[in-house]
Design a protein around this ligand. Structure first.
Ligand code: G3H
Ligand code: ZN
Length: 279
């Protein structure tokens, strides 16, 4: 199977009223497990690498990007590569040559006008270099280990009228929206503002992206897709599965038994969550 492109997968999902799962990878085992989970689910998938994960890899993008690319190219289902939560313009500019077909440029922490200006410039560059680009408006909290703000507080969510203007004025291809989810939740207890999601889906004519999806139970994930979410970002759920498996199977010297258990656990998580999106 050849490498797919995120934009193609998301638009095909949108036409079918479905969503594509996009999993954040940190290690080779994450990438292998996500591809195996997608193959078992018989669904396309996005492998995404965040700026934070690149920092964890000593700031080197290529070793993990090339590993993910090799996993994608060998997959039996369409797999796309996406560079996620990019704030550093220097990293953004490495994306195309490293094999990524899409990026998420994250200036959501900035005031509206500055977010728009930075995002428009990133979008101009991305399009000139053949990349599909996602941006964020209204900040989904809990990034970088920050204490998450209350996602239900007034002003913490994406305003539908602002969202429409932001997409038109920035030229982005997809929009990440704050509708009640929070990054890095280790329990699946969050709930979304479905009325707001419905207004956003009506107002915005590019696909909507959900971040912080690990904190949502299956029924909320399915409802989010039914309400118009077309790309669902999942990271922490894999890390919870990996960590639990390693804790249970930790051996004194050989890493293979516990990494095998970790990969198996992450495969099951990926398969189950892909299934939950499009029941
Ligand atoms: O961009 C990545 C996602 O928003 C992952 O969030 O780790 O809470 O699932 P999560
Ligand atoms: Zn995110």
């Amino acid at each position: 199977m050849t490498l797919a492109r995120t934009g193609t997968l998301v638009l095909a999902a949108a036409r079918a009223g479905r969503a594509v799962a996009a999993f954040n990878i940190i290690t080779l085992e994450h990438a292998e497990a996500v591809v195996a989970g997608a193959e078992q689910a018989g669904a396309p998938v996005v492998l995404q690498l965040s700026e934070n994960a690149v920092k964890f890899r000593g700031g080197r993008l290529l070793p993990i990007a090339r590993a993910a690319l090799a996993c994608a190219e060998a997959a039996a289902v369409p797999v796309a590569l996406h560079l996620d939560h990019v704030k550093n313009p220097d990293l953004l500019r490495l994306a195309a040559d490293a094999g990524f077909g899409s990026v998420m440029y994250d200036a959501a922490h900035l005031p509206y006008a500055e977010n728009l200006e930075a995002t428009r410039s990133a979008a101009d560059w991305a399009h000139a270099n053949g990349l599909w680009i996602e941006a964020e408006l209204g900040e989904v909290g809990g990034k970088n280990g920050d204490a998450p703000p209350d996602p239900h507080a007034p002003g913490a969510r994406t305003d539908p009228d602002e969202a429409r203007r932001f997409v038109t004025d920035s030229g982005v291809d997809a929009l990440a929206v704050a509708v009640g989810s929070t990054h890095a939740m280790t329990t699946r207890t969050a709930s979304l503002d479905h009325a707001l999601l419905a207004r956003l889906a009506k107002n915005v004519d590019v696909p909507l992206v959900l971040h912080g999806s690990s904190g949502l139970p299956d029924a909320e994930l399915a409802a989010a897709v039914a309400g118009g979410i077309r790309k669902v970002n999942i990271g922490t759920a894999l890390n919870v599965a990996m960590t639990e498996a390693i804790r249970t199977h930790l051996t004194p010297a050989d890493p293979r038994p516990y990494l095998t258990a970790a990969r198996t656990a992450m495969t099951a998580t990926a398969k189950d969550m892909i299934g939950a999106l499009n029941p």
